[in-house]
Design a binder for this molecule. Structure first.
Ligand SMILES: Cc1cc2nc3c(=O)[nH]c(=O)nc-3n(C[C@H](O)[C@H](O)[C@H](O)COP(=O)(O)OP(=O)(O)OC[C@H]3O[C@@H](n4cnc5c(N)ncnc54)[C@H](O)[C@@H]3O)c2cc1C
Length: 425
């Protein structure tokens, strides 16, 4: 067995992991490994060949691979050491990582600090209850994205997409470019689950119909999908009898959500938030386990890759401070909790001392859309301390609240920060 030691080990080389590894180096960590099971760095971005990446952090409109390459180049320039084709199998609370690679066999890595950056995976049909036979021709949208953009293979010619997640909408446009027909996108909720920007640019601009409050109630076909049956649903998601429609197609794509990839985090004993599916983190992306940090979609599913990069930088900085013994002991932390119409807020823990160093960001997702002016309100132990007006809020679009340093005095003795989205007063 090969044994290695390092200051910071980053698991996963998507935009979150890359940003963390670069930041760890920039903040003084001498030996930083980035461990990636694939044969190249970059994570999911390598299959996202559409543009729209980098507007926030690079001020440029790049494709996924170009955005990833920018950070891959920086990681090489700064001396991050990649361990490619290396799959992490286990992580212990003592910060020992066990991985396997075809070149080195089993590798043990002893790290002073670990950044978890394993990304997320797609919900599959197994996680849904779609009745019918199990013919070929049912894919997740991300698998179809890989087949078309990387393998150069068209999974079908006539598609129905279940779920209005971003990857499904992006694939509706991509498949249309490739000459396929996308019959329609069915969404069980009465509202869009992805970004409105993607609805306009990927469905509306190409005349692809979106049916809200609709789902697939049956898949027809023996060896290959031949049709699906759609149905309207009521507000309890129950099929409305008589609304069924047969839609001939040869492929059904599922775009029904992403799940943070946290088997390793659980094995290590990191506390997981049941709502986000990711580790409970503080403002420095530190988890419940000392020396463990988390970066990117492993924490919660972000809507913009740029935010993944920003959060990765914070995690990498914190990991370097910890590894070099410079992390300040935390004496007091506030718990952030979800109030009216908020599904979750991240970070779940906030050290008020951090405000003395600069603005602190809270990111939240709402439970249901409000298509008119709303107030995002933050209360500390029941007292309003911050608010902002938004034109609308939607579950598919994250809301960011920036807490200014001058709130320090109001927060240093508080216990609970409640975040709510309400009707304007
Ligand atoms: C299938 C799919 C398609 C997507 N398509 C889009 C899109 O078109 N546009 C968009 O904006 N967003 C897309 N996303 C969202 C995307 O995940 C994020 O935008 C972004 O890539 C998240 O960055 P990350 O660093 O958190 O994770 P990722 O980019 O997912 O990177 C995580 C990395 O960790 C590695 N890894 C995981 N487990 C291990 C292990 N045990 N050992 C070693 N390495 C490991 C993975 O191989 C991967 O390279 C997609 C997500 C998925 C799952």
């Amino acid at each position: 067995m090969r044994s290695l030691r390092c200051d910071v080990a980053v698991i996963g080389s998507g935009p979150g992991g890359l940003a963390a590894a670069i930041a760890a180096k920039e903040h003084g960590a001498e030996c930083v490994y980035i461990i990636e099971r694939a044969e190249e760095l970059g994570g999911i971005l390598q299959q996202c060949i559409h543009n729209g990446f980098g507007l926030e952090v690079l001020g440029a409109d790049l494709t996924g691979p170009a955005y990833a390459q920018h950070f891959i180049n920086r990681s090489y320039d700064i001396g991050v050491e990649p361990l490619l084709d290396t799959m992490v199998l286990d992580v212990t609370p003592q910060k020992r990582i066990y991985a396997t690679s075809s070149q080195n066999g089993i590798v043990e890595i002893e790290a002073e600090a670990i950044v978890l950056g394993m990304g997320c995976r797609e919900r599959t049909r197994g996680a849904l209850a779609v009745p019918g036979t199990r013919p070929a021709g049912v894919y997740t949208a991300g698998t179809a994205q890989r087949l078309v953009n990387i393998e150069g293979y068209m999974p079908g010619r006539r598609f129905v997409i279940l779920g209005s997640g971003d990857i499904g909408m992006i694939m509706a446009r991509r498949l249309t470019f490739e000459g396929a027909t996308v019959e329609r996108v069915l969404e069980i909720m009465p509202y869009l689950s992805g970004l409105r920007r993607n609805y306009v640019q990927c469905l509306q601009d190409f005349g692809i119909p979106l049916q809200l409050s609709h789902t697939v109630c049956e898949i027809k076909g023996d060896r290959r999908v031949e049709a699906v049956v759609s149905t309207a649903v009521d507000d309890q998601w129950q099929p409305i009898p008589g609304s069924e429609q047969l839609i001939p197609c040869d492929t059904l794509l599922l775009s029904v959500g992403l799940i943070p990839e946290n088997e390793l985090s659980r094995q290590a004993g990191v506390e997981i938030d049941p709502v986000t599916g990711g580790p409970v983190v503080d403002q420095g992306m530190g988890t419940s386990l000392p020396g463990f940090f988390a970066a990117g979609n492993v924490v919660h599913v972000y809507d913009l890759v740029d935010w993944v990069t920003t959060a990765g930088e914070i995690a990498g900085h914190s990991a370097a401070e910890y590894a070099l013994g410079r992390a300040k002991p935390v004496t007091h932390r506030l718990r952030t909790v979800a109030g009216d119409n908020v599904r979750y807020a991240v970070p779940q823990w906030l050290d008020p001392e951090a405000l003395s160093l600069g603005t602190q960001r809270l990111q939240l997702r709402v439970s249901h859309p409000m298509e008119h002016k709303v107030r995002v309100v933050i209360e500390a132990d029941g007292e309003p301390i911050w608010h902002r007006t938004e034109g609308y809020v939607r579950p598919g679009e994250m809301v960011t609240a920036k807490l200014p340093p001058n709130l320090y005095d109001r927060l240093r003795a508080a216990q609970v920060l409640r975040v709510s989205v309400r009707e304007p007063q």
